[in-house]
Design a protein around this ligand. Sequence first.
Ligand SMILES: NC(=O)c1ccc[n+]([C@@H]2O[C@H](COP(=O)([O-])OP(=O)(O)OC[C@H]3O[C@@H](n4cnc5c(N)ncnc54)[C@H](OP(=O)(O)O)[C@@H]3O)[C@@H](O)[C@H]2O)c1
Length: 235
Amino acid sequence: MGLAIVTGGSRGLGGALCDLYREQGWRVVEFSRSAPHPFSVELDLSDVRKVTEVFTREFESLAGLDVSEVVAVSNASLLGPVGPVERSTPEDIIGHLHANVVSAILFARAFAGAFQDHTCPKTFVNISSGAASRGLAGWSLYCASKAALENYVRAVALEQEDRPHPIRAISVNPGVMDTVMQEEVRTSRPEDFPEVERYDRLHREGQLAAPSTTASRVVELVESRPRPGEVYSAQ
Ligand SMILES: NC(=O)c1ccc[n+]([C@@H]2O[C@H](COP(=O)([O-])OP(=O)(O)OC[C@H]3O[C@@H](n4cnc5c(N)ncnc54)[C@H](OP(=O)(O)O)[C@@H]3O)[C@@H](O)[C@H]2O)c1
């Protein structure tokens, strides 16, 4: 039995990944605030104290399963606060970095802690964005958090090289998808996000991918045993 552990599996790309792995007969666990599925664990990733407690408990129990392959997808992400830096509050900044960076790193740590010695194929997937390598006005925190995680994955991939049973750590840029996050992008005010018109046009022209299509590409990529540390496109 395969095991997929996904953050932000309540909807969007994470939801589609959960659906796909379940269709393939995998056991699936997802972490989100709304936790709508029987396989959901309710968790707010901006509450790092709770995150540490819940990941410790859940990963301890998952590590005892007899699995043939395990995939951990760090997918949950906040876009906002959107707008110029001087307008975001310290609380918004801390909440964003806790959810997008600190909790993603705690997730990777819990995964490695639980599964490092397992001999089956193991993959850690960081769902990234084009914003990791390009600055976008109004998205400074999102750009910073995506860039941080891509380089974290490169470092982890190097650490894993000489492990007897390495975890394959990769990043994937999913490209633009028709999700709640894109709705949030489109409803931004131009003074907060000057590129809003471009994203509105992509939506009008039907250029946003269905999350299920992108999820299939991510699953295929994992199956292809990609080179650790790389950033792949799922577009
Ligand atoms: N959509 C795009 O065009 C696009 C483009 C490039 C990259 N991406 C990346 O793709 C990934 C998936 O995005 P998406 O478009 O599918 O987003 P989405 O539809 O907004 O879904 C985000 C998921 O993250 C969860 N989440 C958000 N904040 C959370 C928190 N504080 N604690 C726990 N869970 C939280 C949400 O669940 P709850 O609300 O239930 O907590 C939801 O399941 C993200 O990493 C995003 O940056 C998306």
